[in-house]
Design a protein around this ligand. Structure first.
Ligand code: 9MR
Length: 369
């Protein structure tokens, strides 16, 4: 077993070594393992997003129960699904996923209470008609109280930042900002704390993972924002880093990512990777090359994330490529289907699975070939 120091030493190999060596070789040692068990050994939860449609797949569901220790609904806890008509809730999908998690001994995350997307069509008009009515706190109260004790961790606010919108506070122009001003964030988190004092409250976003000027700006804006919130006593327990990466686009700069995560830790925040996957569009058609690039990107990212003591969970946005949307026209012309996740569409482990297993077990990337 390698020590933490050895592991950190492995990271010092630097970007070029990490990206060109074999990071994703199946090794006999991991074969009987699961991602959940390997992550658990280092005090981290591994899990993924799922849908009720996936639970009905009799080959997939047992595998999901084996690999994952925490589950999050991919869309069945979004407001468009939960509150299709004002005040008339539909919890069927969320209940089914929560029951599956409970039955199989998994923890459960809620995603997401306040977002500018996936809202019911009536919401915008209702807010416009009655701007003084509270369409935010009431919803948070209703949903979180119903799941009190069943949801360990909630994405309270999702994607509230958009530095490109040009505001000094970097907040996204959204229906929430327009309706209630920038203080909607603190209102949401205070309401969440009141509704379920034991739940972990997460601010979830993207834009801080990869390298490039846009991401530099996003990292700075995110740290500013979280510092401001902390200084005002807003009850945010954790930063959820979505972790959507690109195999053939902007890469992860491990040094920048490390510094960003250290700053989050210094703010007293826990860190979760909430939606990890690796987009393999734009690459070669050769599946093994694309799988290798996906695995490599995942490993470069997770090695840094897992080396921070504040990291408590890693969730992928799905477990198997089987359920991904049909490939876009470009991919179809190129003759391939997307391969973003740890298992392929036949539920077989891909190089990404082995790369994640390697990251979780804290092993140096293999230098064998
Ligand atoms: O994968 C999700 C897709 O099924 C939904 O239709 C969509 C809109 O609700 O959201 C997708 O998930 C997003 C997540 O909720 C927030 N971060 C970006 C995710 C990928 O688009």
């Amino acid at each position: 077993m390698l020590t933490r120091r050895d592991f950190a030493g492995g990271l010092a190999l630097g970007a070029s070594a990490l990206s060109t060596r074999a990071l994703a070789q199946p090794t006999g040692d991991f074969a009987p393992q699961t991602l959940g068990a390997l992550a658990g050994r280092r005090g981290c939860l591994y899990g993924c997003a799922a849908t009720t449609f996936e639970l009905r797949d009799h080959d997939f569901a047992p595998l999901l129960a084996r690999e994952a220790k925490i589950l999050v609904p991919e869309y069945e806890m979004k407001r468009a699904v939960l509150e299709p008509r004002p005040g008339a809730y539909d919890f069927d999908g969320a209940d089914a996923l929560s029951a599956f998690a409970q039955r199989t001994g998994m923890q459960f995350r809620g995603h997401t209470l306040v977002w500018h997307k996936a809202n019911p069509p009536w919401l915008g008009a209702a807010i416009a008609a009655k701007p003084r009515d509270d369409f935010l706190v009431r919803y948070i109260h209703d949903v979180m109280s119903r799941y009190r004790g069943r949801v360990a961790s909630w994405d309270v606010v999702n994607e509230a930042l958009a530095p490109e919108h040009g505001r000094r506070d970097a907040m996204r122009e959204s229906l929430w900002l327009r309706a209630y001003g920038p203080d909607y964030i603190q209102a949401a988190f205070h309401a969440a704390r009141a509704a379920d004092p034991a739940a972990q409250l997460v601010y979830n976003d993207w834009g801080c993972e990869a390298d490039g000027p846009k991401h530099d700006l996003f990292r700075a804006a995110t740290l500013d924002f979280l510092e401001r919130m902390k200084a005002r006593g807003v009850p945010i327990d954790a930063y959820g880093m979505q972790g959507h990466l690109q195999a053939f686009g902007a890469k992860v700069d491990q040094r920048k990512l490390r510094i960003f995560l250290e700053r989050l830790d210094a703010l007293g925040l826990r860190i979760l990777v909430t939606e990890h996957d690796v987009d393999d569009s734009g690459g070669p058609t050769d599946v093994s090359l694309r799988d290798r690039a996906v695995a490599d990107a995942s490993r470069r990212f997770l090695d840094v994330v897992l080396d921070n003591r504040a990291t408590t969970a890693v969730l992928t946005w799905g477990l198997s490529d089987r359920f991904l949307d049909p490939p876009g026209l470009r991919a179809r012309l190129a003759g391939y289907s997307p391969r973003l996740l740890p298992l392929d569409s036949n539920l077989q482990r891909k190089p990404m699975w082995w790369a994640m297993a390697g990251s979780f077990s804290g092993m140096r990337p293999s230098l064998a070939n």
